[in-house]
Design a protein around this ligand. Sequence first.
Ligand SMILES: NC(=O)c1ccc[n+]([C@@H]2O[C@H](COP(=O)([O-])OP(=O)(O)OC[C@H]3O[C@@H](n4cnc5c(N)ncnc54)[C@H](O)[C@@H]3O)[C@@H](O)[C@H]2O)c1
Length: 417
Amino acid sequence: MTIIQNPGDTPQVTAQTLPPIPPALAPTPAVRRSEPYLRLLWTDSVTGAVGYLVVHTLRGGLATGGTRMRAGCTLSEVEDLASGMADKTATFDLPVGGAKGGIDFDPKDPRAVEVLERFCEAMRPWIDQHWVTAEDLGVPQHLIDAVFDKLGLGQSYHAAIRRADDPAATLVRVRKGLNAAVEGGFLLGDVIGGYGVAHACLAAAVSWGRVPAATTVAIQGIGTMGGAAAYYLHEAGMKVTTVADAAGTLYCADGLDIPALLDLRDGYGEIDRTRLPEGIEQLPRTAVIAADVDILVPAAISYAINPDNSFDVRARIVVEAANAATTPEAEAMLAARGIAVLPDFVANAGAVAWAWWLLLGQVDDIPENSFDRLRTIMHSKVAQLLAAWTDHGVTPRDTGHRWADDPAPIMGPVIIS
Ligand SMILES: NC(=O)c1ccc[n+]([C@@H]2O[C@H](COP(=O)([O-])OP(=O)(O)OC[C@H]3O[C@@H](n4cnc5c(N)ncnc54)[C@H](O)[C@@H]3O)[C@@H](O)[C@H]2O)c1
């Protein structure tokens, strides 16, 4: 049994909290950006693509956060995402700091896999020793795992797995968990984050005293996170009237047949328009933001809701499946209109929390165990966030930041079994 040494190498992000303010008066929310622990800049010698690793906090010598690839990805974006990861790990009491990787390159370019390989090779000292990475926008888990395998590092959780007493057994357990089959023909590792997002939405409906069937939702992005969230919301009986992918928005007032649409996706999470079922209206890509629904789930790009479009939002609540989906200015504008935002570091944190539960041996490859644990925790957290919002006018982000600033202490060495 072993071993991540003593945690707490670096202090957690410092607090910048605001006193409770009624939503109608809410000013710009706290912008949370302390200096990261480390920034690395990489330039690909073949394509000229630029990549970044930002480690916001290191705990026990480890930091965790996915690797994204998109044309136009910036250092500032990766810094925001790494900071958000530090909030997630602290909020969910995970014994690890927050980090993020980002590559400014089109994931559909035929050279994308080679670029990812060279980025990971360049980052080898970090991915070998300190940085546990995973999928993110434009980089599916199976792809990053294949790259790690090719580099002789097994799997993308390598930096944590190598610290186990029996790394080979831990690798087997992690692979079994990630690849456990779940209903709908999906893999547990691909859907667990979206399952958590779906339950954040369902918990919001519970807090309003609404049954799922009387609740409508729009989702921007129908890839790993958005697709899984849509699937579990549809399964729970919630009416998903609107979804968008990079090609546009699809709408059906009676609710979309989500399983049928998911079957039409390509490897980039785009729906084949030539095979759409009857009765679906095709709208511009940005139309999803203005959908007349109860819940809006941004599950694609960062900064999707910004000052230019925040007045278009008609939902009662925004549930952030995407990281950094709402800019601070836009969130303040939404709050002033009484629209709550469930922040990314709670709503989508099921993905990272589950990965660490799996690493630590707290869940296994029996999907129900993972689903039960995440559902229970998510409903509890969302209920508390929304109670503080409705009863005291404290934004969910401010309440969440207070949790992140006061994580449970880690007693003794962390065990990866
Ligand atoms: N994958 C994870 O485990 C995970 C975990 C936590 C958070 N997230 C966050 O969720 C978001 C999505 O990640 P993912 O892994 O699902 O990505 P993905 O690549 O699997 O899917 C992205 C989806 O967004 C769509 N899209 C892209 N640009 C769009 C645009 N401008 N308008 C509308 N749709 C657009 C794509 O067509 C696709 O449907 C990211 O912000 C990511 O950081 C992902």
